[in-house]
Write a protein that binds this ligand. Sequence first.
Ligand SMILES: *Cc1c(COP(=O)(O)O)cnc(C)c1O
Length: 224
Amino acid sequence: MIAIKDNIAQVKLQISSACQHAHRKPDEVTLLAVSKTKPVEMLEQAYQAGQRNFGESYVQEAIDKITALQNKSDITWHFIGPIQTNKTKLIANHFSWVHSIDRIKVAKRLNEHRSNQDTPLNICLQVNISGEITKSGVLPQELPALLEAIETCENLCLRGLMAIPEKNASAASFIQMQQLFLTLKTRYPTMDTLSMGMSADMQHAINAGSTLVRIGSAIFGARN
Ligand SMILES: *Cc1c(COP(=O)(O)O)cnc(C)c1O
């Protein structure tokens, strides 16, 4: 019970100190608690500790938790996992944010299924910044086509970019993401989110201007 609360406090300290080091304000960085594979009781503990943004990667597991916690209406749910086209309706109907868009088809389907909701779905485009063959995300040179398609999607709100730099990535990958983000932001004024940084690389990410860190194991413990 105490551990999750302590872990969140510890992560917030790390965020503050990374911000201080980068000459940034701690409130520029949102903490997203990544609760995939963890039981709903753990999310409740995080909620009791004041956590309100939760990230999930598996659709059915996430919907079970969203349903179990529906009385906590101030939770914001973020989908951060790979997206199968046959799950787009469920995602569009249950989440406020989707960070992992990397295909025009997926964007269009999310847009269609969001249409009877009142608020647009907040989206980030996932960029494969390390150019890993097996990893999801668009290559930077593929971004213009995806952005162009999204401009016609009125039920989506383009909030920014997301990246999962490879393990032990150098600071250069993070800086490259920052540059992409800053360049696109001048053209797309709704962009305010650079979703980058996990338990192991939070400092690099915050140094490179991340505005949202996605933290799982440092809060909830290692996953099986
Ligand atoms: C699991 C996951 C995280 C959290 O990773 P930790 O190393 O446990 O902090 C962040 N982002 C994405 C996309 C994930 O799938």
